[in-house]
Design a protein around this ligand. Structure first.
Ligand code: GUN
Length: 296
């Protein structure tokens, strides 16, 4: 039996609406809109498209969104200068530096320079530490990496918060952006968590043990239909551009969607699954940052 398709667009619209209403209340109380600055370096067309969407969605939700586009020749020092300026700007509550950065730039140095209170990506070591040391669920004021937060949000909507308790969750991929923070979030929701990766032995059978399967490897359709346990909830984080039989480019996930959907209880599509949720969570983080900076 084919599983339900999880509608990431609809989930994201609900979250954006909630954030929009709360942003309005923030503006009424403090006289400023929560402000998000998105920095992009270089001219990767896919990254440029993502950041434009981020800034536009912020504006549409009643936040102040601004895009700062820097040339490919930007140095680490120049980028650090922009970050420092925004750290000191009282109208900037959230700073996002789009990844990947050009190879020349010292990425760790730049991410560490973003003030932890304005770190709407949740990538600063202080926020990573807070996430991994959270003991009793997730603190409301925590800045959590957007993509895994979006995945958790959809899992809770699909299974209910109690549906995650004790579930076997397998994450394929151990990146700092998705895999590792996803593990912390699923632990905080009382899942039993396995983080699998390129060196994992017998990956298909590890995946077959999953009640919740999160694919975040960046390899088109790597997770096969028969890796999916009957009734499992499958979250596909992949955004891979492939060439179709007609020679045209199209976007596919890390999961072989058709066969996986036959076995899954519920599954996210690509596009229209995790992607829209990531942007909605960024807006949520900007609101949280603004509240934290304003003293709660
Ligand atoms: N590139 C791909 N995903 C992300 C993200 O969540 N944040 C940033 N800053 N860059 C990304």
């Amino acid at each position: 039996m084919a599983g339900a398709i999880i509608d990431g667009k609809a989930s994201a619209a609900r979250l954006r609406e909630r954030v929009g209403a709360e942003a309005k209340a923030f503006e009424a109380a403090h006289g400023v809109r929560p402000g998000l600055k998105v920095i992009i370096v270089g001219d990767n067309p896919a990254s440029r498209a993502y950041v434009r969407t981020k800034a536009r969605m912020a504006e549409e939700a009643g936040l102040a969104g601004e895009l700062i586009e820097l040339p490919d020749t930007t140095t680490t020092e120049e980028l650090l200068g922009h970050v420092e300026r925004l750290n000191a700007d009282p109208l900037t509550h959230g700073i996002l530096v789009q990844l990947p950065l050009p190879k020349r730039i010292d990425e760790a140095l730049v991410l560490d320079a973003v003030h932890p209170d304005k770190d709407v990506d949740g990538f600063h070591p202080l926020n990573v530490g807070r996430l991994f040391s959270a003991q009793k669920g997730l603190p409301e004021d925590l800045l959590v990496p957007c993509t895994p937060y979006g995945c958790l949000y959809m899992l809770k909507e699909t299974l209910g918060a109690d549906g995650l308790k004790g579930a076997n969750a397998v994450i394929v991929g151990r990146s700092n952006i998705v895999g590792k923070p996803m593990a912390a979030l699923l632990l905080s929701a009382d899942c039993t968590v396995t983080v699998a990766h390129s060196r994992t032995k017998d990956l298909p059978s590890v995946c077959r043990g999953a009640d919740i399967l999160v694919a975040a490897v960046g390899r088109p359709r790597m997770v096969q239909g028969d890796w999916v346990k009957e009734g499992a909830v499958v979250i596909d984080v992949g955004i891979n551009r492939v060439e179709g039989a007609d020679g045209k480019g199209r976007i596919v996930g890390d999961v072989d969607f058709g066969p996986a959907a036959e076995r899954a209880g519920a599954i996210t599509p690509v596009p229209g699954g995790v992607g829209p949720m990531t942007v909605a969570c960024l807006l949520r983080n900007t609101l949280v940052a603004a509240r934290n900076l304003a003293g709660g």
